[in-house]
Design a protein around this ligand. Sequence first.
Ligand SMILES: [Zn+2]
Ligand SMILES: [Zn+2]
Length: 154
Amino acid sequence: MNGIDNIEYDTLLEKFKKVLRDNGLKYTKQREILLKTLYNNSDHFTPEQLYLYIKEGHPDLNLGIATVYRTLNLLEESGMVTSISFGAQGKKFELATKPHHDHMICRMCGNIIEFEDPTIEKRQSIIAKDHGFKLTGHMMQLYGICQSCNKKKI
Ligand SMILES: [Zn+2]
Ligand SMILES: [Zn+2]
């Protein structure tokens, strides 16, 4: 689970409840399961994928896709989740509390590879510093074709 422990989940849950309250939305079982699913899976989900995944694990849960969309958008606005945009194909979401990493995104299958490179991280800080720029964060997304799609093409 990427080294995220239970205490952090409780903190996350409290924050989630507050965000819902502040936006006049109810804290429901459906929304809690949504948060927990994101917490327990390091995958990147489209709203549809997340919806189907939750449905699979909780067949009796009365969950609508609209709730998934609305909740994810709210979570993103409040900075609790981040997304990677696939243009017309939509977005993939993940929790913002995951340890820092950057992304490689396959333009053919939409697969996302996570990576972290100390040299790149360091260079970014130096470049920012050189420009007198106070760096508060970054998102790196490399686009291309993944290994398995590359093989299929040949
Ligand atoms: Zn990075
Ligand atoms: Zn990621």
